[in-house]
Design a protein around this ligand. Structure first.
Ligand code: R1X
Length: 284
């Protein structure tokens, strides 16, 4: 409990209400390995339990994506890339662009696990977080390989409902999103904006799917983490944004409109990555 009274909680005093959860998870983490044990005694530089990073100024600009392999691939486009940590789905890489450090962190699939990555990377010093993901397009005017920069996300995830009441919108940072949209469009003409759906569900169950409803309402795409990221950013006053590459249309999967293979997504993701880097280093 010594750490609970430390003046440097990583999140700042205004977020002291989150301390109990941080302390709980770090008390657990203390006993899970030597590295965590060592960080326990370096007050103010404690290693975050899951992503296993300490708080550092180099972690202000963050690119996050679901897949660890994709995170590593992205890091190859940066100068002097290096592997930082690999724990569960949370793999981190640090590199530079124009001399400015950029942290790349994978968050896995789904809002609950991703929220852990978002929370801990904010605790580690993130000031801007941009997610590069994949999503299913819902509109007929979107196609595989198109990019979408969300202007907001419907909170059909479970996690953000545990963070803020449902009346709060999940919206990215406006200025960061406008800058990102400009950069993405200049590299990838088939880029759309709009509201996306963040759902915890990938495969349907017995209940009827509501995807056709959201298509008819004008929702651009569906994925699984953006609303959680935007909500987390709002809570902690950290600028967030996202760009997602469309790998199909879940309403047309049976017609074969689904190809999440790396070969199909590669060019779109590469364009998205360079646009995100441009956005982060110019807004640093
Ligand atoms: O956000 C969605 C999730 O991370 C997009 O792709 C994954 C599911 O295949």
């Amino acid at each position: 409990m010594r750490i609970a009274t430390s003046p440097d909680r990583g999140m700042g005093r205004k977020n002291a209400r989150f301390d109990s959860r941080i302390v709980e998870s770090e008390c657990f983490g203390r006993f899970t390995g030597l590295k965590i044990g060592v960080s326990w005694i370096s007050v103010g530089k404690r290693m975050k339990t899951h992503i296993r990073l300490e708080r550092k100024p180099e972690y202000a600009n963050v690119i996050t994506c679901g897949s660890p392999e994709r995170a590593e691939w992205f890091s190859g486009f940066l100068d002097q890339p290096k592997v930082l940590e690999r724990n569960r789905e949370y793999h981190s890489f640090l590199g530079k662009k124009d001399g400015q450090p950029i942290l790349i962190l994978s968050h896995g699939v789904g809002s609950a696990g991703a929220a852990i990555a978002f929370h801990e990377v904010i605790d580690a010093g993130a000031k801007r977080i941009i997610r590069i993901g994949t999503a299913g397009g819902l509109q007929d005017h979107t196609g595989i390989g198109d990019l979408v920069v969300p202007s907001g996300a419907i909170r059909q995830d479970g996690t953000s409902k545990l963070l803020l009441p449902v009346e709060y919108p999940a919206v990215p940072n406006f200025a960061l999103t406008m800058a990102l949209m400009k950069n993405v469009k200049s590299r990838h003409p088939n880029t759309h904006d709009g509201v996306i759906l963040t759902s915890d569900l990938f495969y349907p169950g017995k209940l009827p799917s509501d995807l056709a409803f959201h298509r008819d309402a004008g929702v651009t795409a569906v994925e699984m983490e953006c609303a959680t990221l935007f909500t987390m950013g709002f809570i902690h006053q950290v600028a967030t944004a996202a760009v997602v590459a469309l790998d199909g249309n879940p309403l047309k999967h049976q017609e074969g409109v689904y190809d999440p293979s790396f070969d199909r997504m590669k060019q779109s993701l590469e364009n998205a990555f360079h646009a995100v880097v441009d956005t982060l280093i110019k807004n640093a």
